[in-house]
Design a protein around this ligand. Structure first.
Ligand code: HEM
Ligand code: HEM
Length: 186
């Protein structure tokens, strides 16, 4: 497995970035949609992809620990360097907080967690109300829900800055920052 250089990013960095990015954007969008419209049919999909992304996130974080952050391509000002680092940290920590909080909210809320029907954490039926569930730990479930909600919106804010930054580097500075993340040598 070859590593990242200033001129070219490894295929591991590039594939992990785009797999996690697509899944994150999809999960943020479906999460907000289903929460606002009570689209219960989407919940099992959201949970399944939410657990699957965690596997890629852990591999990616281990890869970043091994490789460090990629060196910048263009001439970054001090404020740009600070903002880019801050946003990368927020995004990478956010990718870990979301699956963990989602899992805890569902599991401790008594709803259970399954990946495409394969049960990872059983649901907790209420014996007195058929079809309803009982929380296992309502306190943890409630805190995890708040975290899932707050972190979700913080990530959306960071993501807007991240994408605006990527476009600015491509269109205004015309450096190779975006092209390098698309696999090109710069
Ligand atoms: C359309 C959406 C996206 C675009 C255009 C984009 C673009 C880029 C570019 C050009 C870089 C390289 C920056 C550099 O060399 O300094 C980068 C790095 C990075 N991006 Fe994105 N990105 C997108 C979505 C995301 C999402 C959804 C996440 C996570 C939630 C994310 C997390 C990161 C992180 C942590 C890095 C640092 C390098 C790495 O760990 O791979 N990006 N992105
Ligand atoms: C990177 C992974 C994930 C992202 C980006 C994500 C994103 C979101 C967002 C933005 C919302 C709407 C705001 C809210 O009500 O909290 C949401 C709702 C929800 N998420 Fe996630 N989620 C992820 C993983 C998970 C996982 C792993 C589970 C459970 C195993 C899960 C379960 C839920 C549930 C049950 C809701 C609806 C809450 C309600 O109706 O009030 N999520 N998600």
């Amino acid at each position: 497995m070859s590593g990242d250089t200033r001129e070219k990013l490894s295929s591991t960095t590039i594939s992990l970035h785009w797999i996690v990015a697509l899944l994150m954007i999809g999960l943020l969008a479906t999460g907000i949609y289903m929460e606002q419209t009570s689209a219960y049919g989407l919940y099992p999909w959201h949970k399944s992809f939410g657990v699957i992304i965690a596997v890629f996130v852990v591999v990616r974080i281990l890869w970043r620990i091994k490789q460090g952050w990629p060196q910048h391509v263009g001439n970054y000002t001090a404020i740009e360097t600070f903002l880019a680092s801050l946003v990368h940290w927020l995004l990478i920590i956010g990718t870990l907080v979301m699956p963990i909080s989602g899992f805890l909210m569902s599991a401790m809320g008594g709803h259970g967690v399954a990946v495409f029907g394969w049960e990872l954490f059983h649901h907790n039926p209420d014996p007195e109300n058929p079809g309803k569930v009982l929380p296992i730990n309502a306190g943890i479930a409630g805190t995890a829900h708040s975290l899932h909600w707050i972190a979700g919106y913080c990530i959306i804010g960071a993501l807007v800055l991240h994408v605006v930054g990527a476009i600015k580097h491509h269109v205004v500075d015309k450096d190779g920052t975006l092209r390098r993340m698309l696999g090109k040598r710069v």
